[in-house]
Design a protein around this ligand. Sequence first.
Ligand code: SF4
Length: 306
Amino acid sequence: MKYIFGPVPSRRLGLSLGVDILPKKNCNMDCIYCEIGRGKGHVNKRDFYTDEEEILKELEDFLRNEKRAIDCVTITASGEPTLHKGLKSIIEGAKSISKKPVVVLTNASLSWIDEVREALSLCDLVLPSLDTANEKTFRKINRPHPEIKLERIIDGLIELRRKMKGEMWLECLFVRGINDTHEEIQALKEAISRINPHKIQLNTVVRPPSEDFSHPVSKRRLFEIKEILGNRAEVIVDFEKKMEEGSEIILESEIVDTIKRRPLTMKDIRTIFGRFKRSQGVLENLLAKGIIKKNKVNGKSFFVAT
Ligand code: SF4
């Protein structure tokens, strides 16, 4: 599979079928907590990076043969999906192929562009990120391309929320000592009240980050922040849903494709790929061949691509 990966268990979406529409890693930010790792430098030019028809054909073929009960189709990227100029036709195509909700994950950096808002407003659900309302902190935590300005992002999100018929769930990720102070949270609260998202989802560093100095905030602090942000805020909890143990053959490439896009714990792998014994054998082979390795972050083991 070139574009489709998963379905993967998502703490927010249930069992989500991923559609990765950009080559790795094309992003206009370089977040200190990024789980894809360090990029090759900022990419901030919108372009047709991949072929929309090829993506939609792969999605259609995959869904035709898929037996697992997926909860949504999530358009994402090993980078920022709104950099793809064909995003609107990819969303429209995915909606006509799949009966499940179509979701887009975005860092919101290009939400000030009319064409991007028009595309995103077609989705059933948009999950934009906003970690801070302070330009200086934004530069520190998200390390954006120099042309990206936080105020424009916030204005773009306000406009998008007004325009969209589906829902907007804003994700705020907190890094200890960087965007978790009282002043930061108050400023963020003010910006969020202007955006008016349907939900505010609070997260912290849970997967191997691109920078060692990117540390999670405590569970207690996350719940304190939730109290400050009000009743639309929720702390994202671990995904618990179990897939039926299917009889599908576990292919090495299927596991590798998923790990390349997102570091996974053994629990994730069991949930996605079914029977533990089978997936464990494949993992052992991949470890022995040096295709994947184990990384420990905050006491939790993750399988990552080498
Ligand atoms: S916006 Fe997403 S893909 Fe881009 S650097 Fe940040 S976390 Fe990584």
